[in-house]
Design a protein around this ligand. Structure first.
Ligand SMILES: [Zn+2]
Length: 458
């Protein structure tokens, strides 16, 4: 969970930061470091890391171990001796690229030649495509290595993926562009011992174990293209979950409440472990070309109702996405916000004039496009019902349009009293799917547009 690249790793300060900050090196790692640092600094190390020397508390190791423990035995056997090393050291490879030169190549990307420390493997980037490519690249490397019988290499690439997933889901990596929380501290100043301190390390450091015993890892896809796409959306859940822990952790730090801090850290770590378990399970299924029939079948359908569109850069809607109606054009997952104040379940009139409530869907305002990346050649059809929310949308009139890579896939004008329009489009060659809803009536305040059950099918 390294907050920034150690730009000058030869200097004593950076080495001290490495040891005091987020990391607990295994004994062998500390030993390897010793020749590179001065005797004085070496003597300081034990004093600087009094409790962190208990390696079980190191978050990466603890989260990876919890994830791997849930894998079926055939997958543990497939990893062999690497099973232990994956949670004991491989998951730290991207943080140790300057010191562990032998393994640095397992955290390098051909698309970033000459870059040893890749910040994008530690901090989520604004562009979904960049984050997805990081996941896809290392997933492919791991699967290809497995297929070539190189389990030791596969495990190292898997370690890099663990690290990325864990860093993205860390409470310290949640605020875009402010991973030391200097801006946040202007909003939330401390009057305690934390005043003026950089908060990255204090927020995520700790000694804890994680357990997700009983968790069933999910298959994320039957191809690398599909699995990396679904993994990205799982990671988004991890980022949002981690964000919900950041402020409570800072409040706990200010109050000196270790227990409250730990509770929140475990909330983030538990979700991260589940996501890492899904990723590791899927890579091993792909590597062995072995899939559970039911899990494979479940992959035939993907609902995008809770997915973040690319307009929500960094997973929040920027200012440019507002100034519309109703409710400023704000899109909501699985709900409609009446007047921006009351959350309603999605309800539409369907073809036979019946009203139906939907648990999956997107409520949205006018003229604010929602665009989603699709994996290449994975899904054949996109199916969705478009209409106006029953009751509050009765006086509205909206044109719904679907675009695939900028070209129309379908369009329909729906009045408030009409049954919802059923779209079914061919998306087999589409990489960007866009959902548009535009005012075509006299009462834009009633245009509570809904995309119900937006589903991709193979
Ligand atoms: Zn890191």
């Amino acid at each position: 969970m390294n907050p920034q690249a150690p730009l000058h790793p030869e200097t004593r300060d950076d080495l001290r930061q490495e040891t005091t900050h987020t990391r607990v090196y295994s004994l062998s790692m500390t030993t390897r470091l010793l020749p590179r640092i001065t005797l004085i600094t070496a003597l300081l190390i034990p004093a600087l890391m009094p409790h962190e020397a208990q390696a079980w508390g190191q978050p990466h190791l603890a989260i990876t171990k919890a994830a791997l423990d849930t894998l079926p035995s055939w997958q543990k056997d497939l990893l062999g001796p690497e099973f232990k090393d994956l949670s004991a050291k491989h998951c730290l490879i991207p943080d140790n690229v300057y010191t562990d030169k032998e393994n640095a190549k397992y955290a390098a990307m051909e698309s970033s030649p000459g870059e040893v420390y890749l910040q994008k493997l530690h901090l989520p980037q604004a562009e979904q495509t960049v984050n997805r490519e990081s996941l896809r690249y290392f997933m492919e490397k791991a699967v290809t290595s497995f297929k070539a019988g190189k389990v030791n290499e596969a495990a190292r690439y898997m370690g890099t993926i663990c690290h990325v997933l864990e860093d993205f889901g860390s409470p310290s990596h949640t605020i875009p562009g402010d991973n030391q929380f200097t801006l946040l501290q202007q909003f939330m100043p401390s009057t305690t011992v934390m005043e003026g301190k950089l908060l990255h390390g204090p927020i995520e450091n700790g000694d804890f174990t994680v357990s997700i015993e009983g968790y069933q890892p999910r298959l994320l896809g039957t191809s690398i293209e599909e699995a990396s796409w679904r993994l990205l959306h799982r990671v988004h859940e991890g980022i949002i979950n981690a964000r919900s822990t950041t402020l409570p952790i800072i409040q706990a730090l200010y109050a000196g409440d270790d227990q409250a801090k730990l509770t929140q850290q475990l909330k983030a770590a538990t979700k991260d472990a589940q996501i890492v378990a899904d990723a590791m399970h899927t890579i091993l299924c792909l590597g062995a070309d072995k899939f559970d029939a039911e899990a494979r079948k479940a992959c035939d359908r993907a609902s995008i109702s809770t997915f973040w569109p690319i307009e929500a850069v960094h997973l929040y809607y920027p200012q440019s996405h507002f100034f519309s109606s109703p409710y400023w054009g704000h899109a909501c997952s699985d709900a409609v916000m009446e007047g921006g104040a009351k959350k309603l379940p999605i309800k539409l009139r369907v073809a036979d004039a019946e009203e139906k409530t939907f648990t999956e869907g997107i409520g949205t305002g006018m003229g604010k496009a929602l665009t989603f990346h699709l994996p290449k050649s994975v899904y054949k059809r996109f199916i969705v019902l478009a209409g106006l929310q029953s009751g509050i949308g009765a006086k509205g009139r909206v044109e719904f349009t679907l675009l695939g890579d900028g070209k129309p896939l379908g369009s329909a004008i729906v009045n408030g009293g009409d049954p919802a329009h059923a779209f079914e489009c061919d998306v087999s060659t589409v990489s960007l799917l866009q959902l548009n809803a535009v005012n075509r009536g006299l009462d834009p305040k009633s245009n509570y547009a809904v995309w119900a059950e937006p589903v991709l099918r193979k």
